[in-house]
Design a protein around this ligand. Sequence first.
Ligand SMILES: [Zn+2]
Length: 185
Amino acid sequence: MKSWCERKGQGEIGVIEHEGRSFAALGASVQDRHVTGYTRPSAGDIHLSTWCGKTMLACRSKIIDRYHDGSLVLMFRLTGCRFIVGYALGEKGMLFRGELVTGCDDDDAKDAARRIAYRFAELDAQDEYEFEASQAELERLLDIEYRCPKCGHEWQDQWTSACDSECPHCGLKDITALSWDEASD
Ligand SMILES: [Zn+2]
């Protein structure tokens, strides 16, 4: 596996080559007020690097909040009352997304950082929720009732679809489900 960077206009695109195929990854970039980079621990501080490890932002950083999943609310103090504030998924080699805020003091910057982090955390959680919901939809179980037309035996089964079954009593095959309901869990 090897990786390299390509310049694409203002942005940078990381490319991973793995088993003869190339995958483009999201690169570090500064567009308008939006800053994307990767976290890199450096002497007790967190810096931002480009996708291929070049230092992008090496001013003092401050962790404002740390969530239980390891993600962080970060603030970088620039000169002239400017800050870059945002949200990182972790402190080492993880994606940081943030914004440049200007003309404010530390407290304003912290508030802005929390707002941005909240927005991104919510977007991520929503993606996860939708993914889980779609998985649950695929894997939902049904309570299925069968009655054997030959011997009258009744039984229940749980499966993802109400398919034909075999009578456990007399062995008659291809018995169509009598009724089914979503299983309660
Ligand atoms: Zn039967």
